[in-house]
Design a binder for this molecule. Structure first.
Ligand code: ADP
Length: 453
């Protein structure tokens, strides 16, 4: 498994996200604008048709027939029909709240020209419409004109509604126009608000993506590093095992060979000495193989704890008394102190016994005559604490970080270097840990905690 450059991947992800956001923003602006424009023209169409529908075709024709020339505009303005239609138009402009203009117009069938009649924004009567853009197809039955340019060059959007008489004949039309700029201004605000909201949404999604991608990649990297570390440890273990097995094996091999070669010349005493040395070698090999086997069993995934509630003080006392003889033979004072009665824990009794055994045998190994070892058991809050304190040789400060690693042993130490690794594995299985404090020449204290049952 390879480690990945988290920052580079995150940078690419962020660039991709920003590019998508930019594309979406531009695309969304133009798409929304087109939709808004269509909606607006449709609205104008509805308004034009509704207002035109309310105008009576008969009254409208009558009004134009009554004042057929521009010179009669003042009379036409005063006419009640003109007033009525004019009110309808201005009322509709006010009600719809659109910045639009409305005017009625009539087609002069002889000249094919469009003549404006009543308008909301000028007081002219019977004026020729300067730019009748797109009017022809919609004059008779109404419809949308879309975007067009007025005579002054201004862009408009507009729609037309037919003014009909009771015989459903079109006698005129009502046109509603809105300048494209005023529409653009209003829509732009709404579109930008929409885009702003989507950008906030994209940013939130981006941040969440950033966080999750980062955590996935970091986890993946961690796993890769752990795998590499594990692989290194496996290699180191193999090298250490072969080295440690080779030494006693060579010595056994050498002695057996010598005994075979000199079997006739060796006296009984020499033979016994050689055999004893060979036995020591095999003993050492056996211990090592046993401990390796034990460690691999502890570290295998199938390993399950045989949990039971027991009195920790009693177990510590029993184990400790088993070392009493060995300690006194070496002139070491071994004491056990249990501060409270009935310190119950729920743990694997055999494994905890193994931990105390390993710690005590180490303490005895590293003490000389006159030294002291104190094994104590106590309570602290909801936990039981066991500590093995000795006044022995102590551990050099540079060795402390690796002390629980497999095969780590002090220089020229005779052991296998597996005892504390076994302790660590057992502690791991119990979801706790073993701590060490030590100073060269002053002694060491190993301690561990277990939750009270
Ligand atoms: P070993 O079987 O070689 O003792 P351990 O894993 O039990 O292996 O211990 C590893 C090393 O830690 C030892 O070689 C020794 O240097 C050091 N050590 C462990 N316990 C003590 C102690 N009580 N006092 C001094 N050194 C210790």
């Amino acid at each position: 498994m390879k480690t990945v450059n988290v920052n580079r991947i995150l940078m690419y992800t962020m660039i991709a996200l920003i590019a998508i956001a930019a594309y979406m923003t531009i695309n969304s602006y133009y798409t929304q604008l087109a939709i808004y424009e269509e909606k607006e023209i449709f609205k104008l169409d509805c308004i034009a048709r509704a207002v035109a529908y309310k105008i009576s075709g008969e009254e409208y024709t009558e009004l134009i027939d009554k004042y057929p020339s521009q010179t009669l505009k003042d009379e036409a303005f005063r006419d009640s029909t003109y007033q009525k239609i004019y009110q309808q138009l201005t009322g509709a402009v006010k009600m719809t709240m659109l910045p639009s203009e409305m005017y009625t117009l009539t087609k002069d069938n002889s000249t094919h020209k469009y003549i404006t009649t009543i308008a909301t924004d000028n007081y002219e009567w019977l004026q020729e419409l300067p730019s009748p853009v797109g009017l022809d197809p919609v004059y008779n039955s109404g419809g949308m004109i879309g975007r067009f340019k007025g005579s002054d060059g201004t862009q408009y959007i507009g729609a037309v509604g037919p003014i009909q008489n009771s015989a459903m004949q079109t006698v005129g039309a009502l046109q509603v126009n809105e300048t494209f700029n005023s529409f653009l201004e209003r829509s732009r605000q709404q579109i930008l608000t929409n885009i702003f909201i989507s950008l906030i949404f994209i940013t939130v999604v981006g941040i969440l993506m950033y966080i999750s991608v980062k955590s996935i990649l970091t986890r993946q990297n961690k796993l890769a590093l752990e795998k590499i570390e594990l692989e290194n440890m496996r290699r180191e273990l193999l090298a250490n095992v072969s080295h440690d097995i080779r030494t006693p094996l060579f010595s056994i091999h050498g002695y057996v060979e010598t005994m075979l070669m000199k079997k006739d010349s060796l006296d009984k005493e020499q033979m016994t000495k050689y055999l004893e040395t060979t036995l020591q070698g095999t003993q050492k090999l056996k211990t090592m193989v046993d401990e390796l086997f034990e460690l691999s069993k502890l570290e295998s995934k199938e390993r399950k704890l045989n949990l039971e509630v027991f009195d920790l003080g009693e177990v510590v006392q029993d184990t400790s008394s088993g070392f009493q003889n060995e300690a006194s033979q070496k002139g070491i004072q071994l004491q056990t102190q249990v501060s409270d009665r009935g310190i119950k824990v729920n743990a694997d009794i055999a494994l905890i016994d193994r931990v105390i055994n390993n710690l005590l045998s180490n303490a005895i190994k590293h003490c000389k005559a006159g030294d002291q070892i104190m094994v104590s058991v106590g309570k602290s809050g909801t936990e039981a604490i066991v500590s093995v304190k000795d006044t022995g040789s102590g551990i050099p400060i540079e060795d402390l970080p690796q002390i629980f690693n497999r095969f780590h042993k002090g220089k020229a130490e005779p052991g296998t270097g597996l005892g504390l690794a076994i302790v660590k594995s057992i502690m791991d299985l119990h979801a706790t840990s073993c701590h060490v404090e030590s100073k060269t020449g002053e002694g060491s204290t190993f301690s561990f905690k277990l939750p009270l049952a």
